[in-house]
Ligand binder design. Sequence first.
Ligand code: ZN
Ligand code: ZN
Length: 412
Amino acid sequence: MKAILIIADGLGGRPSDMDGKTCLEAAHTPNLDELARRGAVGLIDPIKPGVRPGSDTAHLSLLGYDPYQVYTGRGVFECLGIGMNVEPGDVCFRANFATVEETPDGLKLVDRRAGRIDAGQDDLAAALAEIALSDGVKFAFKASTQHRGALRMYGGELSRAVTETDPHKAGVHISTARAITNDDAARRTAAAMNEFTRKSYEVLKDHPVNKARIAAGKPPANIVLIRGAADLPHLTPIDRLYGVHGAVVAGAALYRGVALACGMTRIDAPGATGAVDTDLVSKANTAIQALEQLDYVFIHVKGTDNRGHDKDAPGKKKFIERIDAELIGTLMGKLDWNQTHLAFTGDHTTPIDYGDHTAEPVPILYVGPNVRTDAVAEFGERAAGRGGLGRWSGRALPILFNYNNWLPKFGS
Ligand code: ZN
Ligand code: ZN
């Protein structure tokens, strides 16, 4: 038996999205409707009712973990997701190139994203490697897309109980990282963060990439601000829990990182971008190929959430229609439906009016030979409320695995 879990980020919506319908309800989705007809639907609270999910915590919950137990912060997923190695005891951060200016009383933030820099980041990252930190703290920095990057600190006792150097708004001085707990590891980590941030400015301010940016009238990427301190989540990986091996196909680093932390292998689909321009047929074909070797695949698509944050209802509807035609359509034609169970859902609701995540449950469908079918023959929020699966919280992946008889028994 094989299994596929598909999560469309921010899939859920509200009636205010499109004249009384959610974007999903308004979208033309013949393939998802057909899978709903062949399978069963329900509503899932990604974490639990009345909790507004972050994408990282929602994914941990959907993959079968209790985020209140295992979540340590976002930085570690960013590091893992862009291909950095992370060891127990390391502390990881989200990082961004930013623009600061010198003032008599310190460095003031001008642009938190350094004009969304889109070239030269690897040269800047190479320059950062020259920085030496005090007290035996070592680090690795890697640039990812635009102004984004990730920083891993290691060597000796470190702690994620620290604040950050990113003030989150322009026009104010950069923040001083502080220890949240009263111990040497947190104080040592905060000191290393402040030293790294200050030295990043010294190394970057006169870098040729920035001289060229200034000459072209662009804001220089003259500092690295860090936030989201996290260490590896304390969890038992999926392969140890269930004895099956799987892969993640995701264009966006955060989701690869969550899946890697849970024990999946990373497989990159050509043309997968983690944005609305992604190649959804390629993702489907990559998953089908991966299933020849592996037990299950987790496919993540991000464009639905991006369009929700953009407050772009026609764009979100159109992206859902692309998921239906290109991703689901390709899978429908090529999967062996006698040997496969598939689940399709979202990780939270991202309504158009609000432009951010909200706590409503999201529709979920399961299809495959062992699914007890229901009477619903369409896929949408309100249709899912009439489905045979009812409403529950999290654990979408273990529920999928149950259909394949992969769950260990609790008790005797
Ligand atoms: Zn999300
Ligand atoms: Zn979002």
